[in-house]
Design a protein around this ligand. Sequence first.
Ligand code: DX5
Ligand code: ZN
Length: 227
Amino acid sequence: MSIRIAPSILSANFAALGEDIRTVEEAGAHLLHVDVMDGHFVPNITIGPPVVKSIRKATKLPLDVHLMISDPDKYIPAFVDAGANMLTVHAEATVHLDRTLNFIRSHNVGAGVSINPATPLVAVEHALGLADMVLIMSVNPGFGGQKFIPYTLEKIRQARQIIESRNYRCIIEVDGGINTDNLPDVITAGAQVLVAGTAIFHAPDPARKIKEMLEIAAPLGYHAKYV
Ligand code: DX5
Ligand code: ZN
C-alpha cells in the first residue's frame, strides 16, 4: 500500500458537503478524515454521530473519525453505529487509554490514538502495540488552517522507530498544516497517512491538489510496507 491521503472535511463547504466529498473521492483520496470537536477538549465545536451517519451514505471511502472530545468511551458506540471505520481518541482525553483502545477494537473498527504537539511520544509508546494507527498532531487541535509545527517531525521519527523495532502493525498519520511544501518532510520522517484540510479544500482545484500530493508522495513512500 502506498501513502494515503485523507482530506479533512473541516475545511470543506458544509452546505455542499456531498459534492465536496465526491470531488475528493473521484480525485483518488483514500480516506475521509472527519473531525469531531466538543468545545471542551478543544475550543471549538463541530459535528456528531448524525452527521457522520449522513456522510456514511454519501461515500464509499473509509471514515477516519478523529475524536477531539473528552471522555471518548461514552460516545464510541454511537460513532461505530454511525459508520466510522477508524476511531481515533486523544491520549490526553482518556484516563485509561489501554481500556479505551481495547473498547474500540471490541467494536471491530480500527483503533487510533492521537497526541497533541506538546505530548511526548513516550506517553503512548506502550499503547502502540494495541493501536491500528497513531495520529501525531502537527498543530494544536481545534481549527483548520494553522501552521505546521516542525518539532513534531521528531515524534513521527520516534514513532516509526518504535513501530519498526517492535514489529507493530500500527500505521502513522499526521494531521495539521500539511501542504505540498512539507509533504516530503513528513513522509521521510515516517508518516503514511496524510491529513489535509485547507491545502485541499481551499485550493482553487481540490482534485488537482490531491493529484499533486499523490505525485509528490509516490517516490517517497517506502514506509508504506508497514500498512
Ligand atoms: C485540527 C484538525 C485537522 C484539521 C486540519 O484540529 O484535527 O484535521 O482539519 O486542517 P489543516 O489541514 O487546514 O491544518
Ligand atoms: Zn483531524
